[in-house]
Design a protein around this ligand. Structure first.
Ligand SMILES: [Zn+2]
Ligand SMILES: [Zn+2]
Length: 116
């Protein structure tokens, strides 16, 4: 059994990992900053805590904060309101940082849509 560094409770890591991946589809429990029990992980994710969930960009190789990337992508360009970080990940099949995701969004929005 693992012990959660936040609440101090013992928990089953496999169980926490399973619950995490069922709730946060496409995200990886191993990318949490610490091995948290599911309750603490969920609280941290819902609070969008800086640094709690890190990803590595498959294009430029930089490691980035998931929530920071998500919000910077959303606020950078209001034209992409319906397109969030995971939308780009789904579309490209890669984990991308905000900057690389932004480039892909520009390509998606401006290529092949010149009929107007
Ligand atoms: Zn906990
Ligand atoms: Zn990148």
């Amino acid at each position: 059994m693992a012990r959660c560094p936040r609440c101090g409770e013992k928990f089953d890591r496999d169980e926490a990992e399973y619950q995490f991946s069922s709730k946060y589809f496409g995200l990886n429990y191993d990318h949490l900053s610490e091995p948290l029990c599911f309750e603490c992980a969920r609280n941290a994710m819902e609070a969008e805590e800086p640094g709690v969930y890190m990803e590595t960009c498959e294009q430029c190789g930089s490691s980035f904060d998931y929530f920071q990337a998500k919000s910077s992508l959303a606020y950078d360009d209001p034209r992409y309101m319906d397109a969030d970080l995971q939308f780009v990940w789904d579309k490209t099949g890669s984990i991308l940082c905000a900057q690389c995701a932004n480039e892909h969004l520009s390509e998606m929005y401006y290529s092949g849509d010149d009929g107007f």
